[in-house]
Structure formats: structure tokens, C-alpha cells
Design a protein around this ligand. Structure first.
Ligand code: ASP
Length: 307
């Protein structure tokens, strides 16, 4: 088993499948009255969050607690980071406290890689800048597999602000490893020019959402990340929504079985219409629940559990 999960590229097909299968076992636990396993009793998991988060932070905390680990939540706000403490000094403090795993979210791409060279425990990337978010890709793959029964050969359209999306990057890597066919869809300004060549052979790019929908098994809508935009990438929110937003008439172009995903938080009315987000095709709430199971599986396996 790998020691760190810094990137979805750390996962080969066998390891990724083992994590998804283990997540399935963990999900069975969620239906029980007592949702705890004693597996990580006596182990310490630190959640180190330098960037805002709702779902991911709560999900990692719930996952570690359900495995009976001791959980320390560290948020940069209110810590010595605001006094200028470096990531390295914070890492050495965690090291001194004997953290077995550090879950890190950081605005700088690559921060988890640096951290892994400073601490002895496992490092899990919970989102680094615009780079990667591998546990999101795992929970997304888990959701697709449980809704559609397979990943191999699935047509997955990832739509919107690909340029700023760590979710898109991790999903492209993991889904390609697991045999799905990914098409990135969005305005040319929000799709990196060299993406198809650089990322994966077989990855497709389209600037026309309407032409992609009839063949899609999965449509993953991405949030437009205005907080990461220094330039204007499209004329107006209305124009964006008209071309790349998923509303009810557009949703009808999808095959009957297709599902609609979104990692959250959503800009309702922009990339996704409320009637789509709340429809029976939407897996958005399911993705959150599956996130706990997927993160339990990652913590369990990285900290030495067996399948
Ligand atoms: N929650 C996801 C992330 O942290 C997606 C997003 O923010 O749009 O990357």
C-alpha cells in the first residue's frame, strides 16, 4: 500500500480499486446504529486546513472519528500561521506531537509534497491550490460505480472551470486509470491549452456542451472559481450560464440513465440550475455521504489496515 496520497497519480488501478472496495465496506457501517470501528484506536490524525472548507474538513473528521482515531483539527486562522509561522515549522510541531497522518488543504499547489518530506506520518492531500484533490476523485469514482455499476468504458463529461479545478485534474487522472473516457467541456479560456496532450492520451476536449450531452453517462459540473480568477474569462455570468450551465432543458438531452454530479459548493443558477441540482439524477448529496466512506478507506489503508 502507498504511504502518502498526494496525487491521484499515486494510485494504480489495483490500489484505487482496493480503496473503492474498502469504501463499500465502510459505507455498510453508516447504516448501523453504532457507526464506529476500533481500527485506528491510539492513532492520531491531524487535519491541517489553510484554506476554507466545509465538506472536506467535516468529512475527514467524521472518517477519522468513525475509525476511533484521535483527531486534532488545525485551522490556519487563529494559529501561529497568522504570526508568520512557516509550513515547515508547523510540520515540525506536528511531527513532535506524533501525528500518524496529516490531512492537508493548502492554497499552494505542491504543499502536500513538501510536507511529506518533513513528517514521518502519512500525508493526504485534501486540496492544494489548483493542483489536485485526490480524495474527491475517489468519492466521485465510488459514486459513479455505485450508481452505474462500473467505471470501465463510461463516458464522463467534466464541465466548466477546468483551469482552476483541482477536482477536474484528479478526476482525469483517476478515471483514466480506471478505464473511463473523459471529455473536458468549457469555454476555451477555461481549459488549459495543452491539457489533452499533457494529461492523458485519449482525453477529449469540447467547447460545445450540447453536442457532448447525448453520449454522456456522467456529467460533472464544476464550480466557477471566481476567487482564483485574476482576469475575466467570459463576458458575463449570464452568458456563461447560457452556454455552459446545466438547466432542465439541457438535462433532457442526457441519456435516461445518466447522472449529474457536482463537488460543491455550487453556484446555483450559474453552472447548475436549482431544478437540476435537486433532481433525482443529481448525486450531489450522495457524493457527500460517500466522501466519508472513501476517506475512511484511505485512512484505514494508508495507516496499515488490511483489505
Ligand atoms: N470543494 C472543491 C474543492 O475544494 C470544489 C470547489 O471548491 O469548487 O476544490
Amino acid at each position: 500500500m502507498i504511504k502518502h496520497l498526494r496525487s491521484a497519480a499515486d494510485l494504480d488501478a489495483e490500489t484505487a480499486t482496493l480503496i473503492l472496495d474498502t469504501a463499500g465496506e465502510m459505507a455498510a457501517l453508516a447504516g448501523r446504529e453504532v457507526k464506529k470501528l476500533p481500527t485506528l484506536r491510539g492513532r492520531t490524525v491531524v487535519n491541517l486546513f489553510y484554506e476554507d472548507s466545509t465538506r472536506t474538513r467535516i468529512s475527514f473528521e467524521a472518517a477519522a472519528k468513525r475509525l476511533s482515531a484521535d483527531v486534532i483539527n488545525f485551522s490556519a486562522k487563529g494559529s501561529s500561521v497568522s504570526k508568520g509561522e512557516s509550513l515547515k515549522d508547523t510540520a515540525l510541531t506536528l511531527q513532535a506531537m506524533g501525528a500518524d497522518a496529516v490531512v492537508i488543504r493548502h492554497p499552494a499547489s505542491g504543499a502536500p509534497h513538501r510536507l511529506a518530506s518533513w513528517v514521518d506520518g502519512s500525508v493526504i492531500n485534501a486540496g492544494d491550490g489548483t493542483h489536485e484533490h485526490p480524495t474527491q476523485a475517489l468519492l466521485d469514482a465510488y459514486t459513479m460505480r455505485s450508481r452505474l455499476g462500473r467505471l470501465d468504458g463510461l463516458n464522463v463529461a467534466i464541465v466548466g472551470d477546468v483551469l482552476h479545478s483541482r477536482v477536474a485534474r484528479s478526476n482525469v487522472l483517476l478515471l483514466s486509470t480506471l478505464g473511463a473516457r473523459v471529455t473536458l467541456v468549457g469555454p476555451p479560456t477555461l481549459i488549459p491549452i495543452d491539457v489533452a496532450a499533457a494529461l492523458q492520451p485519449g482525453l477529449k476536449v469540447s467547447y460545445d456542451l450540447d453536442s457532448v450531452l447525448p453520449d454522456a453517462d456522467v456529467v460533472m459540473m464544476l464550480r466557477v472559481q471566481t476567487e482564483r480568477m485574476q482576469d475575466s474569462y467570459f463576458p458575463s455570468a449570464r452568458e456563461y450560464s447560457r452556454r455552459y450551465g446545466l438547466d432542465a432543458p439541457r438535462m433532457r438531452k442526457l441519456p435516461e440513465h445518466a447522472i449529474v454530479m457536482h463537488p460543491g459548493p455550487m453556484n446555483r443558477g450559474m453552472e447548475i440550475a436549482p431544478e437540476v441540482a435537486d433532481s433525482s439524477r443529481s448525486t450531489i448529496v450522495e457524493q457527500v455521504a460517500n466522501g466519508v466512506s472513501a476517506r475512511m478507506a484511505v485512512l484505514y489503508l494508508l495507516l496499515g489496515g488490511k483489505a
